[in-house]
Write a protein that binds this ligand. Structure first.
Ligand SMILES: NC(=O)c1ccc[n+]([C@@H]2O[C@H](COP(=O)([O-])OP(=O)(O)OC[C@H]3O[C@@H](n4cnc5c(N)ncnc54)[C@H](OP(=O)(O)O)[C@@H]3O)[C@@H](O)[C@H]2O)c1
Length: 321
């Protein structure tokens, strides 16, 4: 099968589009014929092995899984003997090992049925970003109906889902984005939009909940936008060095939180079946809709990674296989 393979850490130029063997499946595994694969900034971290703590989980000297890609939509090709939830031919989406390939392996707990109203490209855009938005708002953020919620990075991969999910929870939502994307964020349902190129979100109202996906503002700056007993959820940042990447603000937020009135938190969102089901229900009822910026063919994955890493995608970037 064709796949994007990168067997050492480094830039996207090191990845090769080549023929390799199809993954073999065990009794509990599922083989998916990939129709589309989603991209998110985590792929860049796994590809480069940066920040360095990434290597503790994914291979110290070289990537344990040389085929990149995780978010997947496609058809079940084959199932192991112990798999009962899925059968060959089912249309599914979720997380696989190495989805930048024609076939990828996974297990039942990382897969759900694709809602019929979604294309494969739309479904592949969902798993990591939508589950992160859901868990950031619902679990770490404890979002409540009627709350004033600020989403920073509202036009990005996580942000476009977060605006819609916060609205589905009945919040009054303000999105922060650059000038060219204000119309998009309003169209997603935001009640108000702040253009960060012209206005500082911390200069105006205070919010019950702030979700930061952009990572360009200091912890103290973010705290200025939150009510005295409000919550901050730091999703991530691409601004930072090789050692900590953008995670230093998350570490400081967790250390400071017990000593202040505001709750300052973060999360590591791994897509699981229960959260994917919740997101699939929201998609099936059109409460949320994926926003796709660009699609690239499998052979153009390096180009897609470079585009996303520039940090200004309009929603999601998807690979068609
Ligand atoms: N904790 C977790 O489990 C988890 C899971 C998924 C992702 N993440 C992390 O979360 C972050 C966001 O992911 P993503 O997929 O949403 O990335 P993305 O699609 O690249 O979105 C980044 C957003 O940042 C905005 N931005 C860039 N410069 C800005 C600035 N100076 N001020 C304000 N906003 C600015 C961009 O808006 P404009 O285009 O309008 O400039 C864009 O919407 C990444 O660091 C990622 O690694 C964490």
């Amino acid at each position: 099968m064709k796949a994007i393979v990168q067997d050492r850490y480094g830039t996207a130029d090191l990845s090769q589009f080549m023929d390799i063997d199809k993954p073999k499946i065990g009794d509990r595994d599922i083989l998916v014929r990939v129709a589309a694969a989603g991209l998110d900034p985590g792929i860049w971290h796994l590809m480069t092995g940066r920040p360095y703590p990434v290597r503790m989980g994914f291979g110290l000297r070289r990537p344990k899984t040389p085929v990149l890609g995780a978010d997947t939509a496609g058809h079940v090709e084959a199932v192991g003997r112990n798999v009962t939830r899925f059968a060959p031919g089912d249309e599914v989406f979720g997380v696989c090992k190495g989805s930048f390939a024609e076939y990828a392996r996974t297990t039942s707990d990382k897969l759900v049925s694709k809602p019929p109203n979604l294309t494969f490209e739309q479904a592949a855009a969902v798993p990591t970003s939508a589950v992160t938005a859901l868990r950031g708002l619902r679990d770490t953020g404890n979002i409540q109906s009627g709350q004033r919620v600020l989403i920073i990075g509202a036009a990005g991969g996580v942000g476009t889902f977060a605006v819609q999910i916060a609205k589905a929870y009945g919040a009054e939502v303000t999105g922060v984005c650059s000038t060219a994307k204000t119309d998009l964020v309003r169209a997603l349902g935001a009640d108000d939009v702040i253009d960060y190129l012209h206005q500082d979100f911390a200069d105006g109202s205070r919010y019950d909940l702030v979700l930061d996906t952009a990572g360009h503002r200091s912890l103290s700056h973010l705290r200025r936008a939150i009510t005295p007993r409000g919550r901050l959820v730091i999703v991530g940042s691409e601004v930072g060095g090789r050692l900590l990447g953008g995670t230093d603000r998350q570490l400081r937020a967790m250390l400071l939180s017990p000593f202040v009135g505001q709750k300052l938190g973060t999360l590591v969102a791994m897509a699981n079946q229960e959260d994917l089901e919740t997101v699939a229900d929201l998609l099936a009822t059109d409460a949320i809709t994926p926003v796709i910026d660009r699609t690239y063919t499998l052979g153009r994955v390096p180009e897609a990674i470079r585009y996303l890493h520039d940090g200004h995608a309009r929603g999601k970037v998807v690979i068609t296989v």
